[in-house]
Ligand binder design. Structure first.
Ligand code: NAI
Ligand code: MG
Length: 489
């Protein structure tokens, strides 16, 4: 049997190339959000387990360890092989991810293949992280080199357990770091399969470790551990701020934070309304709206407002939500009961504050956490649904008439992850793209690719994932200066 075949071991901690029970022997339940049934019990890490994993990762990073001595191209080769194994196991990993997340099988298959693309991209980059030669004043030969940071604590959320594994493990490993990964307690399974694939591909012992467990215990132990040198986090603003504090408490750690958003999508009258409205619908409803960069504020020009609302409503009504195993469904369940209740409470708030509920707004059925695709028109900037991250299938449509005014309204938020503009006027498109306060601005599209930096400004966090820029986040730049002597002896 290969290491990535499903076995009960895949519910344990993975430390130093071994599947382990937690020190306390405790486990927690992994629930299928589409059925509310238990899938399995998973080993629950506490501070002791996290300490064990970090010690192992620190040992694997020691100066003459196999991982440190390995050529960068050899690191890339292992990563390439891991990507091949993940691809071969795509169907199994996707099914597991479907059970764990409530997403449709189609979405899960796409997640696995997307992760394979990202792992291959970083496998290829492993031996291409060069430095510069610097014309420094004086008689010196000065150059820079990128060096790995050390033990990276990687904490990921539940909305994209496979995708975010690849976004973080890809550059972390390509740069030559060692990793302790803590997946979300709501989606503990997929990361274990991905890690098993890396072990099978020949990653040296201790380089990649996984500790499932709860945020305030396992996550906090990782973010504050003195031997962790870098923390890469994706999740809520509240937790992100705690992570930043913890990362500075004992030893000082390099940190990247990706904390979601309230991304404005602006539609001008000259846009291709049919295409733009379909894009806006798909974007805000994808993964049931549990997407950090979702376009959750649609600012639509008054001249096309009513037509856009009508199109959005017909898209939402036609959207099929239900059993994730049914290929005809475009969306499955939300992640958990609290998340569903939170989304329904936001919908109630939208109604109470005077937005017009055009369609949806209710839970579907009474088993599983399904919510109807929901559209609000008449939304104004002061309403809670226009200000806070809902993380559910809720489209909020606002009206504007003036470009400068809408720019100010778009930017009047603590968030700054993504923004989009829909227009055929390229002058206007560029003006908007350059003046929207966001880490990513899109014109007539949303676009995320392995080559393109992804990340936010302001309260959406800092640091970049994907692209070559992520390699900078997972490495240090060292400057070396050598005195050039004229003495000939
Ligand atoms: P969260 O930010 O609390 O959880 C994300 C990760 O952080 C999980 O692995 C969790 O175990 C860990 N964590 C939680 N508390 C921690 C702590 N004190 N120290 C270290 N790690 C900790 O997000 P949660 O509670 O699952 O979702 C709440 C809301 O956050 C959602 O409704 C959504 O609005 C937002 N969110 C945003 C995400 C994004 O992609 N930016 C992803 C997930 C949630
Ligand atoms: Mg689950």
């Amino acid at each position: 049997m290969s290491r990535t075949d499903a076995t009960p071991e895949h519910t344990k901690l993975f430390i130093n190339d071994e599947w382990l029970d937690s020190v306390s022997g405790k486990t927690f339940e992994c629930i299928n959000p589409a059925t509310e049934e238990k899938i399995c019990d998973v080993a629950e890490a506490n501070e002791e387990d996290v300490n064990k994993a970090v010690q192992v990762a620190a040992a694997a990073f020691k100066r003459n360890s196999p991982w440190r001595k390995m050529d960068a191209s050899a690191r890339g080769k292992i990563m390439m092989k891991a990507a091949d194994i993940i691809e071969q196991k795509a169907s199994f990993i996707a099914k597991l991810n479907m059970l764990d997340t409530g997403k449709t099988l189609n979405e899960c298959v796409a997640s696995v293949h997307g992760a394979v693309v990202v792992f291959r991209y970083y496998a290829g980059l492993a031996d291409k992280l060069g430095g510069k030669t610097i014309p420094s004043d004086g008689d010196f030969f000065t150059y820079t080199r990128a060096e790995p940071i050390g033990v990276c604590g990687v904490i990921i959320p539940w909305n994209f357990p496979i995708t975010l594994c690849s976004w973080k493990l890809g550059p972390a490993l390509a740069c030559g770091n060692t990793v302790v990964l803590k997946p979300s307690e709501l989606t503990p399974l997929a990361a274990l399969c991905i890690t098993a694939a890396f072990a099978e591909a020949g990653l040296p012992k201790g380089v990649l470790n996984v500790v499932n467990g709860f945020g305030p215990v396992a996550g906090a132990a990782l973010a504050s551990h003195p031997l962790v040198r870098k923390v890469s986090f994706t999740g809520s603003v509240v937790t992100g701020k705690k992570i930043l504090e913890m990362a500075a408490k004992d030893t000082l750690k390099k940190v990247t934070l990706e904390l979601g958003g309230k991304s404005p999508f602006v539609l001008f009258p000259d846009c291709d309304l049919e295409t733009a409205s379909t894009i806006c619908h798909n974007n805000v409803m994808f993964n049931n709206g549990q997407v950090c960069c979702a376009g959750t504020r649609n600012y639509v020009h008054a001249d096309i407002y009513d037509e856009f609302v009508a199109k959005s409503v017909s898209c939402a009504k036609a959207r099929k939500v239900g059993d994730p195993t049914d290929e005809g469904n475009q969306a499955g369940a939300l992640i958990s009961e609290p998340q569903m209740k939170k989304v329904l409470a936001y919908i109630e708030k939208g109604k109470a504050e005077g937005a017009k509920l055009e369609c949806g707004g209710e839970r579907i059925g009474d088993k599983g956490f399904f919510v109807q695709p929901t559209v609000f028109s008449g939304v104004t900037d002061d309403m809670t649904i226009a200000k806070e991250e809902i993380f559910g299938p809720v489209q909020s449509i606002l009206k504007f008439t003036d470009m400068e005014d809408v720019l100010d309204r778009c930017n009047n938020t603590e968030y700054g992850l993504a923004a989009a503009v829909f227009t055929k006027d390229m002058d206007r498109a560029l003006y908007m793209a350059h003046n929207l306060e966001a880490g990513m601005t899109w014109v007539n599209c949303p676009n995320i690719s392995s080559q393109t930096p992804f990340g936010g400004v302001k309260g959406s966090g800092f640091g970049r994932e994907l692209g070559e820029d992520a390699m900078k986040e997972f490495s240090h730049l060292k400057a070396v200066s050598i005195k050039v002597s004229s003495k000939n002896s």
